[in-house]
Write a protein that binds this ligand. Sequence first.
Ligand code: LLP
Length: 403
Amino acid sequence: MSEQLTNEQLIQIAQEFGTPVYVYNADKIEKQYQRLRTAFDGGRVKIFYAAKALTNLSVLRFIHKLGANVDCSSINEVKLALQAGFEPSRVLYTSNGIHFSEIEEALKLGVFVNIDSLYNLQKLGETYGGQYPVGVRLRPNIMAGGNLKISTGHDRSKFGIPVEQLAQLQDLVKTYGIRIQNLHIHTGSDIKDADIFIKGIDVLFDIIPHFPELKSIDLGGGFKVAYKEGDPVINIEELSQKVLAAFDAHEAARNLEIWFEPGKFMVSECGYLITSVNLLKETSATTFVSINSGFNHLIRPMFYDAYHRIENLSNPDAASQPYSIVGNICETDTFAWDRPLPEVREGDLLVFYNAGAYGYEMASTFNSRFRPAEVIVRNGKAQLIRKRDTLEDLTRNQVVVEL
Ligand code: LLP
């Protein structure tokens, strides 16, 4: 099992499947899952892969085969997970701001749902009473996460039922006989400090006694991985030790399952986006390298100021100089400014690392450009798992009318 694909493998994939192309190393996904399983040994921890990071069916099937459960963020993700072979009992739907009809649909499919508003909880009570046990997503009023756009637990966040509304929540539960089996929080993405989870646990522990039917506490995802050398990351082993100790020390929590929903931790580092250089442009400010991609393929740098390591696969041993890597769409789409890279020439292959999570998944057809192909590598063998878009894909759902 190899954690990293080699430059030679990536070049070969680019030659065989063309660029731009997303490549996922299944061996690395397995490794990350095993790390979680080893760290959270003992059976009381369940891992739900946060499918929103990467929903390709072949990836979902592989993660199912590894033995993980899956967390979904829309009814369509639920349907994709079921299509990929997940049994309904292994599917969680952590909903947010959705119409009640989606909750009904998920419940009828046999999927467990975390409800994130008093509004939908009331509808559930009115419609089904205690027929379907559910979870509730709470907002613990904790600031966490790599930047404000991916912070979800703070006191201005739209996510979850604010903990200060506990009394109203309890009223609904009592009025309708709603059965709450899971308490959920997810405070943000790119969390590097295990103590954030302990803070969340402290909030939840005060609430546990109010829910006698509780079976699990769901601490969400957000485990930070390294995007560049020296990046602080979450220490999974420390997290496990601290979380398990906290649960053991708290009488009312001792028999509860602990759930996590990692997305990035599972699939960020397995992924590569390989692109080709269209042209170079010298300016007084910088040397631009225009690649055959843009934020239509990888939006994270523009949207979150995210750093992605970039390498020149075609000329790795040349002397380095600063380049500004930009895309070819008609809007500013800077991937990196004055980044030192070995000499870049037209046609060179540039690869972006850590492109597995929220890469393809957030891609669009902006500028009517095609979304990339996707390829997966298992035990050294590369296979196409999604074709590049074609012009027919861009027009498929359009209805042309004469006006
Ligand atoms: N559970 C819930 C309820 C979530 O909302 C999320 C992510 C996760 C789990 C997984 O979080 P992760 O382990 O992947 O950090 N597009 C952004 C990240 C947005 C995360 C949204 N929710 C990015 O590319 O940084």
